[in-house]
Design a protein around this ligand. Structure first.
Ligand SMILES: Nc1nc2c(c(=O)[nH]1)N[C@@H](CNc1ccc(C(=O)N[C@@H](CCC(=O)N[C@@H](CCC(=O)N[C@@H](CCC(=O)O)C(=O)O)C(=O)O)C(=O)O)cc1)CN2
Ligand code: MET
Ligand SMILES: [Zn+2]
Length: 767
């Protein structure tokens, strides 16, 4: 028998209770105790859902983000929010949310607090709040909230295993403004970890889970050395340390990980199956080997027989020291299949969500304890379900296979050089210097969602729904005209989500009803499930765009989501190469691009928001991913005439390593996220002399703060030092769907005002 444990569990609540409570709290509709009571209910619910595990994780719950929680645990709180503490009550919630979301000035204070930077958690669609390191940093441990949870869970009869982010991963995720090494802060940080482990020991904690996922990335010598140094310094602790790695192979860090002075090592046996036996040999026998055997990143049922084939020999060699768990935290998958009643039965039988995965773990453990015979029936059913999936008629489409044969030819096609296209597009569009636009979505108001819900539940019919959405589009166009934007959008009111919306109209996709996965803070997504060959049924966006264009003389952008993003934000079939699924999607989007162009649309935006996030953690795999991703974009875009302008949009991206490939995509205009990082990202576009047009986001849409004219102007000035003014566009960071109109209207007004001033200045300097 092995020890069963988990690394992390979804925290948004089965009915997204936490999301709704947070948003009510932010709107000041509920007070802090009510929010905390709701959070407590969700915490209890998730503990109960995992009650049969040998250890209960404590500390993997969070009100916003667990990296931000770590910052508060370590007393690493930006100076700009410190004045919010020590007010009338002792809670840190106000400063906590101020870091996460920014805060508006109060009557008595001067300025708005901008939100901290947010970025992607490794190669996932989860976003964390980036800790900022500077000379002012003074760490000071604040263990109370965590310790209280440990004590409480023990009282409830659980065996708590606190989860913390390890010191190296914490620093690696942090950012120094001047680009100096984060490792300079390690010595300051380590005593806090020692102290924290001491606190855990005092309340009888046996095991602490310490997450160091950066061991699955390429580490330079100084980081490798820092690992040895750091864990050596934690050696005198009284609790045992389970060091967890996940999301990939350890590769050149494998020996290091096996030799660290820790008590147990968790490895991702799903993404790095070939390393398991090497690690088993290298990891000293007195240490726990925790095998992440169930896929925490995807939703397919495990092949239990194959899993047992891996685990049984390990059990023989490692005995009591074998632990089993999902490969990584389960926050990346939905909670439970049980209440899903609209999935096609056949497909549902192929799936496992978080609690179903823990059930699989239990079955596996039973077989390890009593032999496979004792779960013979379960194994048989499992094998049957795996088999039917492979042979199902739902999965394989001969027409798609035939279309895919053309793909190499399609990729070869070339548009004219950019300089030539630019001339034609300028004639065609006749836009002013610094054209202004937005990224696509406008506020998804409660009203719009309520109408969609009414349509979904049959309270209104399709015509009524369409009329309502048309009215929204109409209002949205009018507002943009009133603001004076140059290139308009229809606003995406008809889309529940930029990926789900397309998936719903493509063959090969299916959807859960309640399969929400946290993306950041209170925001969730319901990733589509790609189970079969993908193809387009009919036009997906053309009527909406044409309707919007019929209302204005300004150009309206056609708005599509690109294949790489659809792929990266879906649960993807694991029975064929991801690259092939990606190309199938690309062919479908290409057809849509053709239809839009034929209908007279002059600008088509193909969003590749998740382009960077899909980059493999190891460089060795980059080339294949990037080649395929660039080709997929070309498949979508190289079909249009030179005077049709192709835009793309990317967010949260560190483009340094991939600028060459972004240039190869050869979009006529790219809009990117830069404002939270103060245009730092633009340096790379400059040094590479990125030849095409660029719209660096001039304000942060993830914060409710309204950017001032001066702030926008300053960013524009900064951008103009890196990018030729003739090639600059002016736009927000990202889509506006998460904001409300009271935030959007004044923000865009300021953006346009700043543009006016900038145009006057730049026109002068050009003349
Ligand atoms: N897939 C994806 N990933 C992404 C992004 C993205 O846009 N999509 N953007 C970046 C940032 N991440 C984001 C993720 C989610 C949201 C977001 O706004 N999500 C919405 C849900 C969107 C959605 O599907 N909405 C449904 C409505 C779902 C709903 O809650 N309906 C209510 C009823 C209406 C209500 O009371 O709100 C219900 O069923 O009970 C719809 O419009 O139809 C949310 O959490 O609130 C924004 C950004 C990166 N990753
Ligand atoms: C996360 S990228 C968002 C792009 C999309 N067109 C929008 O404006 O919402
Ligand atoms: Zn975006």
């Amino acid at each position: 028998m092995a020890i069963l444990h988990n690394l992390g569990f979804p925290r948004i609540g089965e009915n997204r209770e936490l999301k709704f409570a947070l948003e009510k709290y932010w709107r000041k509709e509920i007070d802090e105790p009510t929010l905390l009571a709701k959070a407590e209910q969700v915490k209890q619910q998730r503990l109960a859902q995992q009650s049969y595990l040998d250890y209960a994780q404590i500390g993997d719950f969070s009100l916003y983000d667990n990296v931000l929680d770590s910052s508060f645990l370590l007393g690493h709180i930006p100076a700009k929010v410190k004045h919010l503490e020590n007010t009338d009550h002792s809670s840190q919630l106000e400063s906590y949310f101020a870091v996460a979301r920014g805060a508006q000035p109060k009557n008595d204070s001067c300025c708005a607090i901008s939100a901290a930077e947010m970025t992607k958690w490794f190669d996932t669609n989860y976003h964390y709040i980036v800790p900022e390191l500077n000379d002012e940093v003074r760490f000071s441990l604040n263990p109370k909230p965590l310790i209280q949870q440990v004590i409480q869970s023990r009282k409830q009869g659980y065996n708590p295993k606190p989860v913390i982010i390890g010191p190296l991963t914490y620093l690696w995720l942090s950012k120094t403004k001047d680009g100096s090494s984060q490792l300079a802060y390690l010595e300051k940080l380590l005593p806090l970890y020692t102290e924290l482990l001491g606190e855990f020991a005092k309340c009888g904690v046996e095991w602490v889970q310490i997450d160091e996922p950066i061991l699955a990335t390429e580490l330079t010598d100084d980081w490798q050395w820092a690992f040895k140094f750091a864990y050596q310094s934690l050696i005198s602790r009284k609790t045992k340390l389970l060091l967890t790695t996940y999301f990939g192979e350890l590769k050149e860090n494998l020996t290091l990980a096996c030799q660290l002075p820790i008590d147990g090592l968790h490895i991702d046996a799903v993404r790095a199956p070939d390393e398991v036996s090497r690690i088993e040999k290298m990891l000293p026998n007195d240490k726990v080997l925790s095998v992440g055997i169930i896929d925490g990143r995807n939703i397919w049922k495990s092949d239990l027989t194959a899993k047992l084939d891996i685990l049984e020999p390990l059990q023989l060699s490692r005995g009591q020291k074998l632990w089993i768990a999902p490969s990584c935290s389960l926050i990346h998958v939905p909670i439970s299949l049980e209440r899903e009643n609209k999935l096609p039965e056949e497909v549902k039988n192929w799936l496992a969500f978080a609690v179903d995965k823990l059930d699989e773990l239990q079955l596996i453990n039973q077989a390890l304890l009593q032999g496979r015979e004792c779960i013979a029936e379960a194994l048989q059913n499992n094998a049957l379900s795996i088999q039917t999936r492979h042979h199902s008629a739902l999965v394989n489409d001969a027409q798609v296979a035939q279309n895919m044969e053309q793909i190499d030819n399609i990729i070869q096609a070339q548009r004219s050089p950019f300089a030539q296209r630019q001339v034609q597009q300028r004639q065609e569009l006749n836009l002013p210097l610094l054209p202004t636009t937005t990224i696509g979505s406008f506020p998804q108001t409660g009203d719009i969602r309520a109408v969609r819900k009414q349509f979904k539940t049959g309270q209104i019919n399709q015509t009524q729904y369409q009329e309502k959405i048309k009215a929204e589009i109409h209002a949205c166009i009018q507002k943009q005209e009133a603001l004076g934007l140059d290139v308009l959008v229809h606003g995406e009111a008809e889309r529940n989500d930029m990926v789900e919306y397309f998936g719903q109209q493509l063959n090969g996709f299916t959807f859960s009803q309640l399969g929400w996965v946290q993306s950041y803070g209170s925001r969730c997504v319901k990733p589509p499930i790609i189970f079969g060959d993908v193809s387009r049924q009919s036009a997906m966006t053309v009527d909406w765009i044409n309707y919007a264009q019929s209302l204005t003389n300004k150009p309206v952008k056609g708005m599509l989501t690109g294949p790489v993003t659809i792929l990266n934000w879906s649960f993807v079939r694991d029975d064929q190469a991801r690259a092939d699924t990606c190309m199938q999607i690309a062919l479908a989007i290409r057809e849509e691009v053709q239809d839009l162009e034929r209908s007279g649309v002059k600008i088509i935006q193909i969003d590749e928001a998740a382009f960077r996030e899909g980059l493999p953690l190891h460089k060795q795999h980059w080339q294949a991913y990037l080649d395929n991703s660039v080709n997929a974009f070309k498949v979508c875009s190289n079909v249009v005439a030179d005077n049709t302008q192709i835009h793309t949009h990317m967010c949260y991206s560190d483009f340094n390593a991939i600028i060459k490939q972004i240039a190869q995509m050869d979009a006529d205009v790219i809009t990117i996220e830069t404002s939270r990082s103060d245009m730092a990202l633009l340096g790379v576009f400059d040094s590479y002399q990125y030849p095409n047009e660029i719209g660096p986001g001039v304000y942060d849409i993830h914060s409710p703060n309204i950017p001032s004219v001066e702030a926008i102007l300053a960013l524009l000035e900064q951008a103009s030092t890196k990018i030729p003014v003739e090639n600059l566009w002016v736009n927000p960071d990202c889509g506006l769907k998460t904001r409300n109109w009271d935030e959007v209207t004044p923000a865009l007004k300021n953006m346009l005002e700043a543009t006016k001033i900038a145009r006057a200045r730049f026109n002068q300097s050009v003349a």
